[in-house]
Design a protein around this ligand. Structure first.
Ligand code: SF4
Length: 295
């Protein structure tokens, strides 16, 4: 049973729009995330080892969102709302609470555009509202060229269910997520992939990259946003501790490499990041998949 909390604000105005996610605002209906990805950047002592145990429902989220959006709309401050930046908008509990669906109804009422980022196939439930938003939303002037009110990104770190089970144990299995990608694309949405993070020596091998790009090309995705792994902290619930523990258990042959890279750093070495960036550009050209939402 998740905790229930009352919040003062649910619509966060970003300081600067990220060129990948195009976020002017973020909205998180839940605090913490039951998908419990080991590499998740929200991890830290605040949430504990199992993110599900700290999951909270923002019970007054819809009422607060309505007030905040009414004010923004009145001031003509239209911008893309990202659902979500610090949880998944389609957690299993959203079947019961439906906060995301209710939030989308409010967003449609005020005609704001949305960018949904999810690891779940529950999004299909809301295709009806998302289609309305896609048609009705008012884009900020500098993003009018997008000509779409709804952007949908599915987040992956792998396409293999057995790997997903290790690193993102609570999320919809990648095979079902991939099916949802195809259905989303077929439903006519601007649909892409947030491939974040690639897991070094596991999901970034030549064989895996070929499998990933071939699969997403067949699904006719509009873009693929790639990123490398970053790991933080040395406490029990921190991403670095949990990832290194999982590598030790499931990939003992990689322990030495991971220790060498991450024991004194939160990110991969510069040579890796440069080679990764070069490879992603090459694959983007080879498979004709944009590495931005719109080129
Ligand atoms: S789905 Fe996103 S927010 Fe949730 S645990 Fe995974 S990375 Fe974190």
């Amino acid at each position: 049973m998740p905790n229930q909390i009352i919040v003062k604000s649910v619509l966060n105005k970003t300081k600067k729009r990220d060129s990948w996610f195009l976020d002017d605002y973020t909205f998180n209906p839940y605090s913490s995330c039951s998908f419990n990805c080991l590499y998740c950047y929200i991890r830290g002592s605040k949430y504990g080892e199992n993110l599900e145990t700290s999951l909270s429902v923002k019970t007054n989220a819809i009422e607060v969102l309505d007030k905040q959006l009414a004010l923004r709309a009145k001031k003509n401050q239209y911008g893309i709302i990202v659902l979500s930046s610090a949880t998944d908008p389609y957690l299993k509990i959203d079947r019961e609470y439906q906060l995301t669906r209710s939030a989308l109804e409010v967003i449609l009422k005020y005609k704001f555009p949305v960018h949904i980022i999810t690891k779940s196939n529950l999004i299909k439930r809301d295709f009806d509202i998302l289609k309305e938003i896609d048609k009705e939303a008012i884009l900020p002037n500098d993003l009018k060229y997008l000509n779409r009110g709804t952007i949908i990104s599915f987040s992956f770190s792998t396409l293999r269910d057995h790997i997903g089970k290790i690193f993102e144990p609570g999320a919809t299995p990648p095979s079902l997520r991939l099916k949802a990608v195809t259905e989303t694309k077929e439903a006519g949405f601007l649909t892409g992939i947030s491939m974040m993070p690639f897991i070094p020596y596991i999901t970034d091998t030549s064989e895996e990259l070929e499998h990933l790009f071939t699969t997403f090309k067949s699904a006719q995705v509009d873009y693929l946003l790639p990123a490398t792994l970053t790991l933080y902290g040395d406490q029990k619930g921190d991403s670095k501790t949990l990832m290194l523990k999982a590598i030790k258990k499931h990939y003992p042959e990689l322990v030495e490499k991971y220790n060498k890279i991450f024991l004194n750093s939160y990110q991969l070495p510069e040579y890796y990041r440069n080679a990764f960036s070069k490879k992603m550009k090459e694959l983007s050209i080879l498979y004709k998949i944009n590495n931005k939402i719109m080129e």
